[in-house]
Design a protein around this ligand. Structure first.
Ligand SMILES: Cc1cc2nc3c(=O)[nH]c(=O)nc-3n(C[C@H](O)[C@H](O)[C@H](O)COP(=O)(O)O)c2cc1C
Ligand code: SF4
Length: 669
């Protein structure tokens, strides 16, 4: 029997049996609209089907022009589209899996010229106001959804997922926040539900009894004027009656100011909201968000919160998640650390989605690790993200790899990152890569700085020696109040009550969060998280927002962040996570001053000039987070020498680039 019996119980649906309870959640990969997108998507999904996911949902495809997310065309609206899609379901079926096409109409969240919505109300996250849909256009849009489903059937998909959450068009019809129509599509909840219900009802009628129709319902809107839990339950029941096969859940509108997928969200932090729906319907309900490990999924199912689990990013970080879980190989799973850096953040910069800890994700056809014909002796110096990635792939390809690490443990900068509240997930990556090295037979030498003589024995030498923190030229930097972030985070130095942080890049923010944990605590359990961010479990309140608001911060610590540049604070942080950190710091009264000239540091604190004024920032502790320089302890000249990660380029700490460079180099060696 599997170590996770609930997860690997088959699930009977009309006309089909799923072998387990794992849905690969919908992710727009950025490949959808590319000319070479479909073959790449086919390879991407086939790997996940082969890896054991029972059912896969594609990223969102629009049923018409108005519903596009951006100006790039990712649609299912013509016979040609159906033809173009055919390789995707075929590849998944060949790999033994099943796949549904997600139909997503962006409504007022579209970033193009002609965006539409139930009412002409602009969203706070889109500068462009939508045009109000005329009643005949609403009927037409329903027809477009149905046409997309029929075309999906023609293309060979096993079903569709109708996207009714996250604040897209269907949700915009449901909520008073965005639907202020006076006709039959607005006003009462019955009227507002009609759009969703007609889509499901007509799709079922057009596609027959065995076509899988997943409806992704917004289990929690997390915006003012959103549905209450009780209204959501009413909707769920009506969707069931309209003919849906499965109810997947989504959490929070995109305009919500509460984290829903970042590391700050506890694992399985929203499963309770799925349970509320499950208790009201008979069709299977799927829990979603921050389910990244088999034991977490198993607990959700065992508690009865849901019948299935959706894993989206966890399927980027490990295509074989399901098979490894089934085999009880927990240590062999590459856990998603919820950093968003290579997946969701990529969406906003127009790059295909990948994964920091699994650079092959999205590169299935280009980054291929082929077993080597002639074995080389390879030294990898440094066991941080770049070195781990390189050493693991090189050893798995069949090379004889020795990893030199001068510290007592593997992990490098990941070991500092895991000390930050909400970033504990980094420990998973270090453990996983250590395990891969062990299984691939790499020799790992800890507490062992490599010497020139040792390196002379190897065919190839990879320097993944990382960075050293930079010391800015400020008079008084040697004052006893001054400490480096490495000393602070590794527990060698303590901070007082008046702290000044010099620098406001990723590390400056991390340090501030680390210090605040002692005053405001990390939210690691869902009830604590809900209190912290002002989420209500009371099903009578609109949008699931607590009437009392978010927890008040403690006031026994004063932090001031300073930086020389005049760019906004947090502008170098991830698009989808930076605002969470900024919000947390501002709520805790952290002062942020930019455009600073440093004068000196002394017993009184940090003397600065800002906005033409000389000022003293009182401080008993000054923490330097002023960037870093590459650390390359050997000559860069040797022919067989390769530099990767921070050793190659310091800048902002960048685990994504480091791990990709490590894997790419190892694929070539
Ligand atoms: C890169 C990326 C793209 C996404 N695109 C979609 C999408 O097209 N449709 C959708 O319903 N959800 C989309 N999501 C949200 C996921 O389905 C899921 O709700 C979210 O990632 C939280 O679940 P997880 O913790 O399992 O990743 C996307 C998420 C990511 C990371
Ligand atoms: S990039 Fe980060 S959040 Fe995205 S899948 Fe990989 S580990 Fe998870």
């Amino acid at each position: 029997m599997s170590a996770y019996p609930q997860l690997f119980r088959p699930l009977d649906l009309p006309g089909v049996q799923l072998p387990n309870r794992i849905l690969m959640g919908s992710m727009h990969t950025g490949l959808e609209a590319r000319p070479d997108g479909m073959p790449r998507l086919a390879a991407f999904y086939a790997e996940r089907a082969k890896g054991g996911a029972a059912l896969i949902a594609t990223g969102g495809f629009s049923p018409n022009d108005a519903g596009e997310l951006s100006a790039h065309r990712a649609q299912m609206s013509t016979k040609e589209d159906a033809e173009r899609h055919k390789p995707v379901p075929r590849a998944v079926h060949d790999a033994g899996g099943r796949i549904v096409l997600q139909i997503l109409h962006s409504g007022r969240y579209g970033f193009h010229q002609d965006i539409v919505a139930p009412s002409a109300l602009k969203s706070g996250i889109n500068p462009r106001p939508p045009r109000e849909l005329a009643a005949p256009e609403i009927e037409q849009t329903i027809g477009d959804f149905v046409r997309a489903a029929v075309l999906a059937q023609v293309a060979g998909y096993d079903g569709v997922e109708i996207m009714g959450s996250e604040g897209y068009l269907i949700t915009q019809f449901l909520a008073l926040r965005t639907n202020q129509r006076k006709d039959d599509w607005g006003g009462s909840l019955e009227n507002r539900m009609r759009f969703a219900l007609e889509i499901v009802r007509q799709t079922r009628a057009a596609t027959g009894p065995h076509f899988i129709i997943v409806f992704r319902i917004s289990a929690l809107d997390l915006v003012e004027g959103g549905l209450s839990g009780a209204e959501t339950v009413q909707l769920a029941k009506a969707i069931e009656r309209a003919g849906a096969t499965l109810l997947n859940t989504g959490i929070g509108w995109h305009e919500a100011r509460i984290p829903t997928i970042a590391q700050a969200v506890p694992r399985a932090g929203f499963a309770w909201a799925a349970r509320r729906i499950r208790e009201a319907v008979k069709i299977p309900v799927i829990a979603s968000n921050r389910i990244n490990a088999p034991e977490i999924a198993e607990d959700i199912l065992a508690r009865g919160d849901a019948d299935m689990v959706s894993l989206a990013r966890a399927m980027l970080s490990d295509a074989d998640f399901a098979n490894k879980s089934k085999a009880g190989d927990r240590a062999g799973i590459n856990i998603c650390i919820a950093c968003n850096q290579a997946c969701l953040d990529h969406y906003f910069i127009g790059q295909p989605a990948s994964c920091v800890v699994n650079p092959r994700a999205g590169r299935e056809t280009s980054l291929v690790f082929i077993p080597v014909k002639s074995k080389k002796k390879i030294a990898v110096v440094g066991g941080g993200p770049a070195g781990l990635s390189c050493a693991a792939v090189a050893a798995e390809r069949g090379h004889e790899v020795t990893l030199f690490e001068r510290a007592a443990e593997l992990g490098g900068q990941f070991n500092l990152a895991k000390k930050i509240p909400g970033k504990q997930e980094f420990a998973e990556s270090v453990a996983y890569y250590g395990e891969r090295l062990r299984r691939a037979g790499a020799r790992v030498l800890l507490n062992h700085p490599a010497t020139r003589a040792e390196l002379a024995q190897f065919d190839e030498v990879v320097l993944a020696t990382g960075i050293v923190p930079r010391k800015p030229a400020i008079p008084g930097l040697d004052h006893r109040s001054v400490t480096g972030y490495v000393d602070l985070l590794s527990g060698r130095a303590q901070a007082g009550r008046n702290v000044v942080i010099l620098g406001a890049g990723g590390i400056g923010f991390d340090v501030a969060l680390y210090l605040l944990e002692r005053s405001s605590r990390a939210a690691l359990e869902f009830k604590e998280f809900n209190r912290h961010w002002g989420i209500s479990e009371d099903s009578s309140v609109s949008g699931g927002l607590s009437l009392e608001g978010a927890e008040k911060p403690h006031e026994n610590l004063k932090i001031t962040m300073l930086k020389r540049s005049t760019t906004p604070f947090g502008s170098t942080l991830g698009r989808t996570t930076g605002w969470v950190h900024r919000t947390e710091l501002l709520r805790n009264g952290v002062d942020m001053i930019k455009g600073v000239e440093y004068r000196k540091i002394d017993d009184a604190g940090v003397h600065i000039a800002a906005e033409g004024k000389e000022t003293l920032i009182v401080a008993d502790t000054v923490i330097v987070c002023a960037g870093q320089d590459s650390f390359v302890p050997f000559s860069r000249e040797a022919k067989n020498l390769h530099l990767i990660g921070g050793a190659k380029e310091a800048g902002e700490l960048d685990a994504k680039r480091a791990m990709l460079e490590g894997a790419e180099l190892a694929a070539r060696l």
